[in-house]
Design a protein around this ligand. Structure first.
Ligand code: FAD
Length: 306
């Protein structure tokens, strides 16, 4: 069995693996896609000390760093169940195999919810973006739309309004769903237009995004907005379905962790976008992974026989 088994090989899982392996304990990482969301990222400019890099390059560097240590890397493995036990915790894989470990770190990340309209997939990273903290500065002075009028959409619109030239916020419902204080702030901004009861039907462009089409749901009329960027903010979904019923999750499906990354199940830790940690970013996930590995190590030295 492993001392520490990490499920998920994004920035959180990679950092956890390096920290665990450096303690000289038996460490494994099982993941579907080593690198995680970073593989789908173009430019990364906010991982402090690396001024600028590309997602696939960063993902490769994560794996290289882990491979520098004696870590059992099991790629293309999808976990389907966690079975807590008094001594060993079991992780069952889709492949039919099962892994056992004294402690487990879950770092299965999250995914942005897509709106599934024509142009979204085609123009990903070519004007279609999901993360205002990451990509906002790329649209300095330009025109963008934010799709989604919940807290994350309205926060994104307020944030972007300070960087870009103009923001159009588009909400499907007849009213915004964000907190009143955010809505007040939004409405006070001069370079923001808000359209409610509006259904985005297409993101247009040639090489890059050049506009967006929405349907006014009251009249059925199609309207076009010219712009250079579209931020989709209709939810970040944690990859935690496989944990339902075993590990305590928030109402958004995020794994509830304490300050050491400990979950509701003894010996099971979690890190990164899959958890309740506020702000989903690479540097935060990596720091979280380190923290969970140290938390797991601390747990092991208290509970395992020498
Ligand atoms: P993830 O990166 O999501 O990794 C999860 C890992 O778990 C993957 O290996 C996945 O294959 C695996 N996994 C999932 N489910 C299972 C399962 N059941 N069994 C086994 N393995 C599983 N952040 C920044 O800081 N700067 C940026 O510029 C930036 N740009 C971004 C651009 C895009 C397009 C996207 C999508 C995100 C961006 N982010 C950026 C956010 C950043 O990528 C995430 O915050 C970060 O990757 C989270 O790391 P993580 O390790 O928690 O999860």
């Amino acid at each position: 069995p492993f001392d520490v088994l990490i499920v998920g090989g994004g920035p959180a899982g990679a950092a956890a693996a390096v920290y665990a392996a450096r303690k000289g304990i038996r460490t494994g990482v099982a993941s579907e896609r080593f690198g995680g969301q970073v593989l789908d990222t173009m430019g990364i400019e906010n991982f402090i000390s690396i001024k600028e890099t590309e997602g696939p390059k960063f993902a490769h560097a994560l794996e290289e760093h882990v491979r520098d240590y004696e870590v059992d890397i099991m790629n293309l493995q999808r976990a389907k169940a966690l079975v807590p036990g008094s001594d060993l915790i079991e992780v069952k894989l889709e492949s039919g195999a099962s892994l056992k470990s004294k402690s487990v770190i879950i770092s299965t990340g999250a995914r942005w919810r897509n709106i599934n309209v024509p142009g979204e997939h085609e123009f990903k990273n070519k004007g279609v973006a999901y993360c205002p903290h990451c990509d906002g500065p790329l649209f300095k002075g330009k025109r963008v739309a934010v799709i989604g009028g919940g807290n994350s959409g309205v926060e994104a619109a307020i944030d972007l309004a300070g960087i870009v030239g103009h923001v159009t916020l588009i909400e499907f419902d007849t009213q915004l769903r964000a907190d009143a204080v955010l809505q007040r702030k939004l409405r006070s901004l001069k370079n923001v237009d808000v359209f409610t009861n509006a259904q985005t039907t297409e993101i247009t462009g040639d090489q890059k995004v050049n506009g967006l089409v929405y349907k006014d749901r009251a009249t059925g009329e199609l309207k076009k907005v010219e712009l250079e960027g579209v931020f989709i903010q209709i939810g970040l979904v944690p990859n935690t379905d496989w944990l339902k019923g075993t590990v305590e999750l928030s109402k958004h499906g995020e794994i509830i962790v304490d300050a050491r990354g400990q979950t509701s199940v003894p010996g099971v830790f979690a890190a990164g976008d899959a958890t309740t940690v506020p702000f989903k970013q690479i540097i935060i996930a990596a720091g979280d992974g380190a923290k969970a590995a140290l938390g797991a190590f601390d747990h092991l030295i208290r509970t395992s026989a020498p």
